[in-house]
Design a protein around this ligand. Structure first.
Ligand code: AMP
Ligand code: GLY
Length: 430
């Protein structure tokens, strides 16, 4: 098979790495890719938001399957463009991807289908939003969300009315997130630990992946601003078999069924971002795609061939596919550029990578990297995802941090506590 992967992040490097291992695959292309992906695939400089250009390229190379990583081309309808041309693609339709594209749509959908969620209210003007914040029916903190895609930055946890009003003004008046500012969703602030729960769905059948814990805040101990994700651990150690079953029955299956019933048949990865509250799991958000850096640890632990599952989803026929996973846990530590999650300091040379090639149970997945004058340099916020497995979580943590310590670029920042919460739960007496 010939496979085209769309995207340029750590998630796409992990997908390309896993797809390359399939005996079914002869050629892999990536649009546009990064310095790490270029070692495994033919990278082509295509603007992935130009969905016609992406489809034209797939048609020219006669791709047997195209796999889409990021949300933007999904929400712009790249899946529909391919299906219209009769070309196979792993990507939900535009209508199905709206569960990620619009937070207001997603919340109303959850309410219609009684999917456990926080209380919320949708406000369509700054006046309405400010009146809501005066009434403060959910108290403070309150969560203020821009309605559309905002590159993971449109959610603000506001501690007070004045912070919340600031957020409303940035989103709705200053239009900091563009058209995502037409509406805001106000949400009750939920307490607990977060879990990323990802499944494959062909529209009716569902195959769950392993659960993952992401670390969203920039700083150790979950402090500082929200980011796209600073590190992941798999499995998430706060998930029992019973809770797993509950999530499938109360959240995942009703979502897939509900979307189908509303004419939005869901073919792709469904990613539910959950808060594990004392009253049970609640949906914080849906994503219509693989998570980043969730995918890095998921691919590391996936024993099965990924390609038949991707193909089954694309064809709407997962059959009775089951996935096998390694017993060894995995962690991913994100190395970010100075300035991230604000404006990233780019163009810095990345040193120390060659010595880490071929180390067993270790993969340094590239995200924002490019090759310039024969050197690997940083080109964005999240630069690398140092991903390691180990016999146990301690060993995985040690391996990942040993490797992270050997990499250097100016301004490099990373969390030192990825995996510590999970370890504390495994060894309460330490
Ligand atoms: P989202 O943009 O919906 O992915 O939210 C980003 C992050 O904000 C989540 O990963 C949580 O850490 C936090 N968050 C979102 N919604 C809530 C909520 N209702 N209660 C508490 N934290 C939330
Ligand atoms: N790591 C969070 C996300 O992919 O949205």
């Amino acid at each position: 098979m010939k496979i085209l992967v769309v995207g340029n992040g750590g998630r796409e490097h992990a997908l390309v790495w896993k797809i390359r291992q399939s005996l079914l695959v002869k050629e892999v292309y990536c649009a546009p890719g990064n310095a790490g992906i270029a070692e495994l695939a033919d990278c082509v400089p295509i603007d992935t938001t130009n969905i016609v250009e992406v489809a034209d390229f797939a048609q020219t190379i006669k791709a047997d399957l195209t796999v889409v990583g990021p949300e933007l081309p999904m929400v712009l309808g790249v899946g529909d463009e391919f299906r219209r041309r009769g070309m196979p693609i792993f990507c939900p339709s535009r209508a199905a991807a709206e569960i990620e594209g619009s937070k207001a749509f997603a919340r109303e959908f959850m309410q219609r289908h009684r999917i456990p969620s926080p209380r919320y209210e949708i406000c369509s003007s700054p006046e309405e939003a400010n009146a809501f914040l005066e009434r403060a029916p959910f108290g403070y903190p309150v969560v203020v969300k821009a309605d559309g895609l905002a590159a993971g930055k449109g959610t603000i946890v506001a501690q007070s009315a004045s912070e919340a009003k600031d957020a409303v003004s940035q989103i709705m008046s200053e239009k900091k997130f563009g058209s995502a500012g037409a509406k805001v969703v106000m949400e009750e602030f939920l307490r607990g630990e977060e879990v990323s729960f990802l499944v494959f769905s062909d529209g009716s059948r569902v195959v769950p992946m392993i659960s993952v814990q992401d670390h969203k805040r920039l700083g150790d101990g979950d402090t500082g601003p929200n980011t796209g994700g600073m590190g992941t651990v798999a499995p998430s150690t706060n998930m029992s078999l019973d809770v797993h079953k509950q999530i499938m029955q109360e959240i995942i299956l009703p979502t897939i069924k509900g979307l189908d019933a509303e004419g939005r048949r869901y073919q792709g990865v469904l990613y539910a971002g959950l808060m594990m509250t004392d009253a049970g799991p609640r949906v914080l958000e849906y994503n219509a795609r693989f998570g980043d850096p969730e995918t890095q640890v998921i691919m590391m632990r996936m024993k099965s061939d990924l390609v038949p599952v991707l193909k089954g989803v694309a064809e709407g026929q997962l059959g009775d596919a089951k996935m096998e996973w390694t017993k060894e846990p995995a962690i991913c530590v994100v190395l970010a550029a100075g300035g991230y999650p604000g404006e990233a300091d780019t163009g810095k040379e990345v040193k120390g990578l060659p010595a880490l090639k071929g180390v067993p149970e270790l993969q340094v997945f590239h995200a924002a990297t490019a090759v310039r004058d024969g050197k690997v340099v940083t080109v964005g916020g999240r630069v690398l995802g140092v991903t390691a497995m180990g016999q146990n979580l301690d060993a995985a943590v040690q391996r990942a941090y040993d490797a992270a310590g050997k990499i250097h670029f100016d301004g490099m920042q990373y969390r030192k506590d990825i995996g510590q919460k999970a370890l504390a739960r495994l060894h309460p007496s330490r």
